[in-house]
Design a protein. Structure first.
Length: 357
C-alpha cells in the first residue's frame, strides 16, 4: 500500500514575475519526474495554461491534451474555493498517486498563498500531501525600482490620503504576504540588473522574509532543479507563524476583490502597433497586467503577448491549430476597469495605425 505523502511545490509571485516561465523550466528539466500541474488564474481566459500547452506541457507528441497532467482552475483565488474546485482536483491526484512524483501549483498573481498552504492541514489533504515549499518569484527590475507593477502612478493612486500609511496599497500588502509565506525566493530577471541593483533588490526582499529563507539570484534559465524541488519544508506545519495582512481564508475582506479582470479583442496589423496600443491603455488606465494571444496577418503561428506596466514581451509559441479560432484576445488585470471603455480605446488606437498591406 502506498503511504508516502506527495510533495507539492506552490509557486507564487506578483503579476508578471515569471511564474509560468518557472513552471516551463521545471517541467522541461524534470529529469524523469512525473509531475502534475495545477494552474490557477485571475480572469476568464486560461492564458497560462495555454502557454504551458504551447510548450508541449500536458500534451502528447501529437499536441493533443493528455488528461491528468495539467489542471486549470479559473476562479482566481484557490483559497476561497477549496471545497468547490481545489479539493476535487486533489482527490483525483490521490487516486493517481502511484503515477505522480510531485505536484506543482501556480497561483494567480493576485493570490494569497497563506490560506492555500493552510488548506493542506485539512485531514483529507494532509494525509496524502505535504507542501515541499512555497516558492515566491520576484520581478527583480520592478522590485528594485519600487514599482511592484512597473507603474508607480498606479501604485500611488491606491494609497489612502494619509501618507504615513505605508501599507495602504493592496499591491504592497500582496507583495509582502507573498514574501512572508515563502520558503524560497527567486529573484528573477537578474540579467536586467547591475550588481548594485541586485543588492538593493535582495535587501528589499530580506526585510519581508524570515532569516532562514534563501534568496536565489537567477535568470530562470540558469536555475538548478535541486534548489527548487525536494526542500521538504512541510510548510503547512509552520504557515500559521507567518505574518500576513488578510487573516484567514474565511475572511470576507480578501484584497483580490479590489482587482478587476476584463477581456478585450483586437484586429491586429502588426506586433509593433499592438504593443503601442496596449501601452496606451496602460498609461491611461490602472492596468497592472496584460496577457493574451495575437493573430498577425500572414503568420501561421500564435503570438504570445505579456505585459507588466509598460514593459511588454512577445514571442511565437506554436502554430494555430485546425479548428481553433484565429483571433487576438487579451486579459487586462487592474483596478476600476470597464470592459466597454477599454475595448473602444483599443479599437480606436489600432485603427489609427497605418495598416500593413
Amino acid at each position: 500500500m502506498q503511504t508516502r505523502k506527495i510533495p507539492v511545490t506552490i509557486v507564487t509571485g506578483f503579476l508578471g514575475s515569471g511564474k509560468t516561465t518557472l513552471l516551463r523550466h521545471i517541467l522541461q528539466h524534470a529529469g524523469g519526474r512525473r509531475i502534475a500541474v495545477i494552474v490557477n488564474e485571475f480572469g476568464e481566459l486560461g492564458i497560462d495554461g495555454e502557454i504551458l500547452k504551447g510548450c508541449g506541457i500536458g500534451c502528447d507528441e501529437e499536441g493533443r491534451e493528455v488528461e491528468g497532467q495539467l489542471y486549470e482552475l479559473a476562479n482566481g483565488c484557490l483559497c476561497c474555493t477549496v471545497q468547490e474546485e481545489f479539493f476535487p482536483v486533489m482527490e483525483q491526484l490521490v487516486e493517481r498517486r502511484d503515477q505522480i512524483d510531485h505536484v506543482l501549483i501556480e497561483t494567480s498573481g493576485l493570490a494569497l498563498p497563506k490560506p492555500l498552504v493552510q488548506a493542506f492541514n485539512w485531514p483529507q489533504i494532509k494525509n496524502s500531501f505535504t507542501v515541499d515549499a512555497v516558492v515566491t518569484v520576484v520581478d527583480g527590475p520592478a522590485a528594485v525600482s519600487g514599482q511592484f507593477a512597473e507603474n508607480p502612478q498606479a501604485v500611488d493612486a491606491q494609497r489612502k490620503a494619509d501618507p504615513n500609511l505605508d501599507h495602504e496599497s493592496p499591491l504592497h500588502e500582496l507583495f509582502e504576504d507573498q514574501l512572508s509565506s515563502a520558503d524560497l525566493v527567486i529573484l528573477n530577471k537578474t540579467d536586467l540588473l547591475a550588481d548594485a541593483q541586485l543588492a538593493a533588490a535582495e535587501a528589499l526582499i530580506r526585510d519581508e522574509i524570515p532569516p532562514q529563507v534563501k534568496v536565489v539570484r537567477a535568470h530562470l534559465g540558469q536555475l538548478d532543479l535541486h534548489a527548487l524541488l525536494g526542500l521538504e519544508s512541510a510548510s503547512e506545519d509552520t504557515i500559521h507563524l507567518r505574518h500576513d495582512h488578510h487573516g484567514s481564508a474565511d475572511d470576507p475582506d480578501h484584497h483580490h476583490d479590489d482587482f478587476d479582470s476584463v477581456v478585450v479583442q483586437a484586429q491586429v496589423s502588426s506586433r509593433e502597433a499592438l504593443v503601442a496600443a496596449l501601452q496606451g491603455l496602460v498609461e491611461n488606465h490602472t492596468i497592472y497586467r496584460v496577457k493574451g494571444f495575437a493573430a498577425l496577418p500572414g503568420a501561421a503561428m500564435r503570438l504570445v503577448i505579456q505585459g507588466v506596466g509598460r514593459r511588454f514581451d512577445s514571442y511565437f509559441d506554436r502554430r494555430w491549430q485546425a479548428g481553433e479560432p484565429v483571433a487576438s484576445r487579451f486579459v487586462l488585470i487592474g483596478e476600476d476597469l470597464d470592459q466597454a471603455t477599454l475595448q473602444q480605446a483599443l479599437t480606436v488606437a489600432l485603427s489609427a495605425e497605418p495598416q500593413q498591406v
